[in-house]
Design a protein. Structure first.
Length: 188
């Protein structure tokens, strides 16, 4: 099942799960199935992160062209609040965000196209998150915006003072000074 969010291009993917007395099975990715829904992103790199503590925030991240990345995010163990922020100049939803709970129990995935900030907060300890990327990691093209930027006003579900951050995320710049390299192109 594909659910459109309030941000054009950001969709929630919920696979069909087959359960029996042994447990369960589902396809976590099927290019043909997604293509049938108009999603033709080619993924070329898989990433995985482990976060030990509840309240760990990773983000808000993006990569600039020519190494911009779309991501398909899912949780293998635990639960996160996953967030995408529109940074496409000229978009009617520029600067707006959407969030969704992803967990090992609900099997939901979030597809975040290039042109969006991405970040998540862990809601339980020992979270294992996997995501497919449409481009390889390119340190020279990476960018970040502070998770607690007041212009974005993202509700992370925790006090900002309780966030567990990397040094890089703690030093991220503000949304107000972001010079986005992305331009909105309306869907046909």
């Amino acid at each position: 099942m594909i659910e459109q969010t309030k941000l054009d291009g950001v969709v929630i993917v919920t696979p069909r799960v087959f359960s029996d007395n042994r447990g369960s099975f589902f396809e976590s990715y099927n290019r043909n199935t997604l293509s049938g829904h108009g999603i033709t992103t080619e993924f070329i790199q898989d990433n995985q992160s482990y976060s030990a503590d509840t309240g760990t925030i990773r983000g808000l991240h993006f990569q600039t062209p020519p190494s911009a990345q779309a991501k398909l995010v899912r949780v293998l163990v635990g639960e996160i609040w996953d967030v995408a922020v529109d940074i496409r100049a000229g978009s009617p939803t520029y600067g707006q965000w959407t969030g969704v709970t992803l967990s090992a129990d609900n099997n939901r995935q979030l597809l975040i196209p290039a042109g969006f900030l991405h970040g998540f907060v862990t809601r339980v300890p020992d979270c294992l998150v996997a995501y497919k990327c449409s481009n390889v990691y390119a340190p020279a093209c990476e960018g970040a915006v502070r998770f607690d930027d007041p212009d974005l006003a993202i509700d992370w579900g925790i006090p900002a003072a309780d966030a567990v951050l990397s040094d890089k995320d703690a030093a991220a710049g503000s949304f107000a000074v972001l010079q986005t390299p992305f331009t909105y192109e309306a869907s046909a």
